[in-house]
Design a protein around this ligand. Sequence first.
Ligand SMILES: C[S@@+](CC[C@H](N)C(=O)[O-])C[C@H]1O[C@@H](n2cnc3c(N)ncnc32)[C@H](O)[C@@H]1O
Length: 271
Amino acid sequence: MSPALKKAAAFPLLTDALHRTQSEGTQIYTSPAAFEAFIRGGGNVPLYERVSAELASHYTSSTRSLLDIGCGDGHALFPALAATAHPHTLERLTLVEPASALLASAVARAQAEQPTLPLQALNEGLGAFAAKLQPDDHWDLAQATFALQAIPEPERWAGLARLRAHVKRLVIVEFDIPDLERGSDDYIASLAQRYERALGEYEGATRDLVAQGFLIPMFLGQLDAQTAATNWEHPMPVWREKLESLGWRVTRLAHISDYFWAPAFVLVAEA
Ligand SMILES: C[S@@+](CC[C@H](N)C(=O)[O-])C[C@H]1O[C@@H](n2cnc3c(N)ncnc32)[C@H](O)[C@@H]1O
């Protein structure tokens, strides 16, 4: 067997999805239906269950105010609020989300699921939000799930530094990615393994939809050195070091869920 065939045999689902991309002339696009099928299926289901359970464990009897940075449509937040052991403690919820459509979905869900909880919904990113903070702005808990990776580093670190005077505790969830140089052989082999696993988590027509509309465009974008980065991830120890250098005191750092991309971890820090 030729080396190329051997490699293809090691990644049958990925090889098949790539062939279809070429042979059907599929446009590289990100389709909302494909992203929806991706995020509501496969390994995302246990991942989000675990993330929401972790968040809920930090909503204690003294958590009266909660800030969610980059809440998206609230896919992690609302199941966590529903699962808290202290449902009547929370007095206000603040959502910070620059994507208008996602914020609108989160607000609609808040109105449906938490109709009595006072809500502040801010259609802006962390940088703009942090720049406007007033001395008496305060939250007992700030959380960010898979959102800080989407924020360019200068905005992210400056925002988290400013936030420390306004928040008692910070809970973040991100992926503990392997420390590999973009474009290296090890990086490409790791990407192929990870996408092969992801494709195997879906079946039939859903697999095709998720592959052509989301996973393959993502995979090709990550292979292409010219594609501009849209997220800035780090291995878990880097998050700890950076937050400690900003004055946060990290009290918990642990993997909480296995996932195709990398294990998800939680970091809890006191201001
Ligand atoms: C992968 S999604 C995670 C959404 C949600 N927290 C969840 O767990 O499902 C990343 C989110 O970060 C948001 N985001 C992007 N840039 C941001 C910024 N500068 N400040 C705050 N959030 C940002 C995106 O709009 C998106 O909703």
